[in-house]
Ligand binder design. Sequence first.
Ligand code: FAD
Length: 399
Amino acid sequence: MECDVVVIGCGPAGSSFARIAAQQGLEVVVVDKRKEIGVPVRCGEALGVSEPAKEGLSIPKYAISLEVEGAKLISPSGHAVYWKGEETRGYVLERKFFDKWLGELAAQKGAKIMAYTHAVDIIKEGGKVVGVKASHGGREPFEIRAKVIVSAEGMEALIARKMGFKSYHPLHEVDTCYEYEMAPYEHENVIELYFGNKIAPRGYVWIFPKANKKANVGIGIGGNVINAKKWGGTEGADPKKLLDEFIEKNEQLREASTFLDFGGVISVGEPLKELVRDNCMVIGTAAKQVDPIHGGGIALAMEAGVMAANYAEEAVKKGPSALKKYEKEWWERKGQQLKRRHLLRKVMERLGDDDLDYIFQQLNHEALLNIMNNNFAPVAMKVIAGRPSLLKVLGALMG
Ligand SMILES: Cc1cc2nc3c(=O)[nH]c(=O)nc-3n(C[C@H](O)[C@H](O)[C@H](O)COP(=O)(O)OP(=O)(O)OC[C@H]3O[C@@H](n4cnc5c(N)ncnc54)[C@H](O)[C@@H]3O)c2cc1C
């Protein structure tokens, strides 16, 4: 096959890229190794309501399970902080429909999506990447030659690494996750986030309510937490085990049924500095474009896909140097923000349960809004004023 752009991966990043690039009249081929786009789901499925509108999209009803008003944050000792407002409204999606819908939008613009097609290698000629080898359903690989090659592969990022990107994930830069879809669960129309080193060392437990009294109940813990005992938990640092312990202690969930059961890994490190190498690009989670605080990456993947695609036509017509504009723009608009959030994560990892409890008592709507907007100094100052021993840890957030 020959085309202008080949995209590897039809998640939110790849399909967003393909939609915009195809709209510009480019010949776009998207390969995804999954038999069915969007399936199996490995996600908590939460997305802010304002996110799709930024891309001029309106999510169809069938891809939204529930709209929630905000969040309930629960400290290690059980103190709950409610956060509800216009900024906190969110969707809990049905990603199996959402991802497929995004792919369909790209196909309607003219992109060719090929499910069950695994990119297994790059094709290099004269030191330049000129395409990928892909296998449909395990058959003999065939060639897809393209002027621009885009990795939107998510965590695996095999092709990205072959293209020379640093898309590998050391253990301290990932959260290992486990999740169940459960029912019945009576909820308060908010997402629930439970913190504490005994509950989820270097991470949190989430309950994201869905329609029909269902809920995604999951956990993410630091990938380098090898011994949960050290953090006050029981033996091992097995996210499933810790999640099962949490569920056992929850009156509602203890009695609930499970409908989906899976593990996963998500990047919580700093995003890749280099997003473009000659005619090759990396977008979405493959580029570690994920929020290091909560591990959310759907919106960031869509945004990066659109941003990168805006330079695809110029690159195809005039040469690949145009692609570097994506790297520059992404780092200016999003990268610096994520770097700040990575700093906050590093600071949070050093806090004990007692300190976390104290900090939760200081949180109100304004403080949470400031944190969301990366303005950490006011809340850090307030906490340090009441607990000066935290100056050493929280001082890093004052700048
Ligand atoms: C347990 C868990 C819970 C999460 N919860 C949330 C949440 O609630 N909200 C949120 O915003 N984010 C969440 N995330 C993160 C979110 O799922 C990702 O950030 C998001 O899916 C990134 O989109 P993407 O398009 O970059 O990659 P992906 O969605 O991972 O898509 C990559 C695609 O590439 C395909 N692929 C990979 N390699 C190849 C290859 N060699 N050949 C062909 N195809 C290939 C895959 O099959 C896949 O379809 C969660 C992640 C995990 C693990």
